[in-house]
Design a protein around this ligand. Structure first.
Ligand SMILES: [Zn+2]
Length: 283
């Protein structure tokens, strides 16, 4: 009897997620049937993360690797994949799960690459704040887990159903927030999916291009724009551009909002739903 209770009744699937929100979504669907390791720390800037030995070790044991895609992990994921020596998670295999495959990507520009300074060459990768796309990703996760672990397929489907029902309820609440028509200035292109789905506008950026720090000349122009157009607020995430954003707020008298960019990046954002609550309530 003691032995029975000491060992798990089933072997958990080993899931490695690059970003906290992806780990959180996997947890919503897989619950106690999966063991999730998340590579990027909450509050870390996801654009500039680097591969670490602990990440490679986690990838080596993974049954499935889930990542954002659209080149957001280009700085570390190729190395992790190669060094993991794990055939299950290589591109083309069932353990390689690119969440962006389920996303309607916005801001695809065609010929842009990182050498031109733009860190979003494949289109905007920050669909974390898009309920529509997250719903599609959750279905994809349920299917992928079922494919690897057919014995628990019904369990994953049941959890997906619960997730989708909760999402419908939440979306009703979020829509009541009447963000429609509001205008914001942002540091980085984090909130474009949310703007498109909730009808607000980001009229200017502190970064001249995603990933490029602003020059003094760009800031001077921006101060004029902000004073003329009087946006509701200037927004940034804790992980990038907070200082520059607060400086612009001081110079223009416009309110500054610092927001979490991912699950765990603020105390109120403990899973994907509460991340969305935090951002929408703040806006
Ligand atoms: Zn970005």
């Amino acid at each position: 009897m003691l032995l029975m209770f000491a060992s798990p009744a089933f072997a958990q699937l080993k899931v490695v997620a690059t970003l906290p929100f992806i780990g959180s979504l996997a947890q919503e669907i897989g619950r106690d049937r999966i063991d999730v390791v998340t590579l990027i720390k909450p509050g870390q800037d996801p654009h500039y993360a680097e591969a670490k030995p602990s990440m490679i070790l986690a990838a080596r044991k993974a049954d499935i690797l889930m990542y954002n895609g659209l080149d957001l992990e280009i700085g570390y994921l190729p190395r992790i994949l190669e060094s993991s020596n794990n055939p299950r998670i290589q591109p083309g295999n069932t353990g390689n799960f690119d969440c962006s495959r389920f996303v309607k990507v916005i801001e695809r520009h065609g010929v842009v690459d990182r050498s031109m300074g733009d860190v979003h060459p494949m289109g905007n990768p920050h669909y974390v704040f898009s309920p529509k796309n997250i719903a599609a990703i959750a279905s994809g996760i349920s299917n992928a887990l079922s494919g690897i672990d057919p014995a628990n397929a019904e369990y994953y489907r049941h959890n997906l159903k619960g997730f989708r029902e909760r999402l419908v309820q939440k979306q009703k609440k979020w829509r009541e927030r009447s963000l429609k028509g509001k205008t914001f200035v942002a540091y980085h292109k984090y909130f474009e999916y949310l703007a498109a789905e909730y009808g607000f506008h980001i009229i200017a950026y502190i970064e001249p291009k995603p990933g490029i720090s602003p020059s003094a000349g760009h800031i001077a122009e921006l101060i004029k724009t902000v004073k003329r157009k009087k946006p509701t607020a200037i927004i940034a995430t804790y992980s990038s551009g907070a200082q520059e954003t607060e400086a612009l707020g001081r110079k223009t008298g416009v309110k500054v909002l610092l927001l979490p960019n991912d699950v765990g990046a603020s105390v109120t954002a403990q899973d994907w739903f509460s991340l969305m609550d935090t951002v929408i309530n703040s806006l």
